[in-house]
Every structure is written in structure tokens, then in C-alpha cells.
Design a protein around this ligand. Structure first.
Ligand code: ADP
Ligand code: PHD
Length: 428
């Protein structure tokens, strides 16, 4: 859509009354520009809802209801602080969402955990967008709230659903046309991270998936740009929480950012880049605490010389597989291994093969690793080691590498011209 900008506000940018007021000020400063605003659940609501669904699935109904009560009260308090004229209609909508979840929590689980996870967890985004949409309307920023579950059709791979691009594009085109909107300037408010199946069952797109939703909307709407509003200045050469001297990178290529995200940089969800690169839509990462800062522009142009970019992933698990009868780990056992990895829905962060063994590094997803280890034990001797750290340095220098690995007990190392990765034990 001509001139449409897509904004994404994450959990940190809407985690308090003041931050939602700040969001409104940012949106107001873009007055008279068509906007699609994709919003995540407030603060750590998704984590809290995970606990609700875990209790429900463990048969602890009262605990699940009590935990959900806490989430409910937090949202009611926020709504009460923010809303005056628009409080009653908002409350009616919030109550509908609450009731739906409470009904579900009164049932006994008869389907997979992942199904219930999505039905419960999706409410975080529904609640946050409902409150924010009413607040913006109250503040004179006329907007339309869209239930993204009517727009983004997915498959039923709960917790990691795949978008049906054809159906979703058609729906977005027919719903978000200027002729359809009652607004002079279309401003839409919708949820990140969630979608729905053809049977109207809610789905989620993978944790931290709201960046991806914003990119999907931008692609389908052929938007002018996407802006992700963060609590940091922009994309830096390391997580400033781990490296206080991290420096801002003002310009990055799609290629560089997809690599950073792939290696685990938490700043952008890895699936975000492809839909934008495919339509050549720039991605801006800006600071919601100070919108006047330049931030980072990510686009197709190659950036100038980059500093070493550091990504540290903790809580890693090394899986060592050794052939049981001293036969080589050739194509056949490797193809079995990749099939099991695929079935276990877990992605290796590093793989190293040898004559009779393979070493793989994963995030610590206990259930999925157990599933993989049990399948692999049919053909390999399996050993697991936990609590490791995976360090990736892109555009590394010898000095940087030495400074960051000094004193560490390295278990695996892989190096290409641009990137070095090491898996190490923290010193005891
Ligand atoms: N290379 C990086 N550059 C900037 N921030 C980073 C980087 N790597 C990790 N981060 C972290 O990402 C955080 C912002 O992302 P996140 O908390 O997911 O935001 P939100 O949930 O609001 O989208 C920052 O607070 C920062 O600690
Ligand atoms: N609320 C979801 C989706 C998301 O993207 O959140 P955030 O934008 O706060 O990372 C989650 O926490 O996983």
C-alpha cells in the first residue's frame, strides 16, 4: 500500500502505563501517515501465560486459574490507569478474552500440550493490543483494531506455525484497503506472534515472533519500511547487557543481519529478514526511549567495514554421537540423523563431523533433546554435556578472539573467513 509504514512495538516498549503513553507520542509524531502497528504482549506476559498452560496441562486447575488471575489483574490495572472515556467498552472486550481462557482452563486437557499452549498464550497479544487501540482512540489517534487471526492463516503446527502466504495475502489485501477503512488516514493496530488455522484455532509463530509478523505484513502490503522500536539505540556489535562498551552500527545489510540473527543475536528474530529482503523493504531499528536517535538502517546495500560482531549463547548442550561398531559416519547415518533432528523440531547451532563421530550443539530444550537422543541411540552411542556457552564472532580479529576466549576450556571450534565459533565450558 502506498506510503504504508509498519511499526513493531515489543514487550519492553509496552510494559507500563508510561511506556504505552510514550508509544502514543511516537505514533502521534507520524501523524497523517498510514501505519500498521504490530504489538507484542506486555512485558513478560508470554512467560506468565506459559506458566498458566503448564499448570493446566499438569492437571493443576486451581493453580492455572490463580496464575491467570494475576495476568488478568495486571491488564485491568493498566487499562484503568490509561482509560477514562474508553474504559467501559475496553473492559467489555477484555472480559470476553478472559472468559474464553477461563472456560478452557476449566476443561480437562485431551489434546497435545502445544495446542493448549497456543490457545492460552495468544491472549497476551490480544489483551495488549485491545488496551492500546482503545487508548490511542481516546487520545485522538483514530485507529482500527484488527484480529490478526482473521488475517494470518497458518498450518496447525502449534507453537511454530507456518504462514499460508496465498490466503493471508488475499485477506490482508481485502481487509486493509483504504476504501475499506472508515479512517481518513488508515492506522491499524494488530497483534504480533499469532495467527489461526483454517478451523479458527489460534496458533503462534515461535517465541519472539512479532518481528516476523511485522515483516510479513510489510511484505504483503508492499510497505515503505518497517520500524522496530527497541529499548536500545539500534543494532549494536554485541548485546549491550553483556558488553556495556558495545557500539551502535548505523547501517547494516540484510545479509549481515540474517547471519547475526542466525547465530543467535537476540535483537531481531531470524525469520524477519527474508520477507523484507524479498521485497527490498528497509528495516529500521529505533530507540523508543529517544526516537530522535538515528538508530540502525538495514537494507540491501553492503555496509562499510564492520567491527567484530559478537554473539554469546548460554545454556548450550553438546551432543556427542559415536558410531557403535567403529563404522564411518557416512551419508546414510547422517541422513538418518538429520531426519531425527527434523522430527524432534530442534535446530543444531553447530555441527562437526569426524570419522566415527558427530558433535552437535543445541539450545537446552530438554524435551526435544531427549526425543532426539532416544532416536539417535538406535545407531550411535550418545553423550550429553550441559551448561556450555557458544561464542560467535563475525569479522573477527585475532585480538578479539583471544580476549574473549582467554581462560576458557574450548570443546569445539569452527572457523571460516568471516566467522569463528567456539563452544566452551565456563571456568569453574
Ligand atoms: N546486537 C545487539 N544489539 C542491540 N541489542 C541487542 C543485541 N543483542 C541482544 N540485544 C538485546 O536485545 C534487547 C531488545 O530486544 P527485546 O528485549 O527482544 O525487545 P522486545 O521484546 O521489546 O522486542 C536489548 O535490550 C538488548 O539487550
Ligand atoms: N510475546 C511473544 C512475541 C514477541 O515477539 O515478543 P517480543 O516482541 O517482546 O520479543 C514472546 O514473548 O515471545
Amino acid at each position: 500500500m502506498k506510503g504504508m509504514k509498519v511499526f513493531k512495538f515489543g514487550g519492553a516498549s509496552v510494559n507500563s502505563v508510561e511506556r504505552i503513553q510514550n508509544l502514543a507520542a511516537i505514533v502521534r509524531s507520524f501523524n497523517d501517515q498510514p501505519l500498521t502497528i504490530v504489538i507484542s504482549a506486555m512485558g513478560k506476559t508470554t512467560n506468565a501465560l506459559e506458566k498458566v498452560v503448564e499448570a493446566f496441562y499438569a492437571g493443576k486447575k486451581e493453580e492455572a486459574l490463580q496464575l491467570f488471575g494475576v495476568v488478568k489483574n495486571q491488564h485491568l490495572t493498566t487499562a484503568k490507569y490509561l482509560l477514562v472515556t474508553h474504559y467501559n467498552p475496553c473492559l467489555a472486550r477484555l472480559n470476553d478474552f478472559f472468559t474464553e481462557i477461563e472456560w478452557l482452563l476449566h476443561d480437562k486437557p485431551v489434546r497435545d500440550f502445544d495446542y493448549y499452549y497456543d490457545q492460552v498464550v495468544c491472549v497476551g497479544e490480544l489483551l495488549s493490543t485491545c488496551i492500546i487501540s482503545y487508548f490511542l482512540n481516546q487520545e485522538g489517534i483514530a485507529n482500527e483494531w484488527l484480529d490478526v487471526r482473521d488475517l494470518l492463516r497458518t498450518d496447525d503446527n502449534f507453537r511454530d506455525a507456518t504462514i499460508d502466504w496465498k490466503v493471508s495475502t488475499e485477506r490482508i489485501h481485502s481487509h486493509l484497503t483504504p476504501n475499506n477503512s472508515q479512517l481518513t488516514t488508515p492506522i491499524y493496530v494488530t497483534q504480533g506472534f499469532i495467527g489461526a488455522t483454517a478451523d479458527n484455532e489460534s496458533t503462534t509463530l515461535g517465541r519472539e515472533g512479532s518481528d516476523y509478523t511485522a515483516a510479513v505484513f510489510a511484505n504483503m502490503l508492499e510497505a515503505e519500511s518497517v520500524t522496530i522500536w527497541k529499548d536500545v539505540e539500534g543494532v549494536m556489535n554485541a548485546d549491550p547487557k553483556q558488553f556495556p562498551d558495545a557500539q551502535l552500527i548505523q547501517e547494516l545489510s540484510f545479509r549481515e543481519v540474517i547471519e547475526m540473527a542466525y547465530y543467535g543475536a537476540q535483537v531481531i528474530h531470524p525469520k524477519t529478514i527474508k520477507p523484507l529482503q524479498n521485497k527490498d523493504i528497509p528495516l529500521l531499528v529505533k530507540c523508543f526511549l529517544d526516537p530522535s536517535l538515528p538508530g540502525t538502517t538495514i537494507h540491501k546495500k553492503n555496509a562499510k567495514a564492520l567491527p567484530p560482531i559478537i554473539v554469546v549463547k548460554q545454556q548450550q548442550v553438546l551432543m556427542q554421537l559415536n558410531s557403535q561398531d567403529f563404522s564411518f559416519v557416512g551419508e546414510q547415518p547422517m541422513s538418518h540423523l538429520y531426519a531425527w533432528i527434523n522430527q524432534s523440531r530442534i535446530k543444531p547451532n553447530l555441527v562437526q563431523t569426524g570419522a566415527i563421530g558427530v558433535q552437535l550443539c543445541f539450545d537446552d530444550r530438554a524435551d526435544r533433546l531427549e526425543q532426539l537422543a532416544s532416536k539417535a541411540s538406535n545407531e550411535f552411542d550418545v553423550q550429553l554435556e550441559k551448561n556450555l556457552t557458544l561464542l560467535t564472532i563475525r569479522h573477527y580479529t585475532r585480538e578479539k578472539f583471544e580476549a574473549l576466549t582467554n581462560g576458557k576450556e574450548i570443546l569445539l571450534q569452527q572457523q571460516s573467513k568471516e566467522t569463528v565459533q567456539v563452544l566452551y565450558r565456563e571456568p569453574q
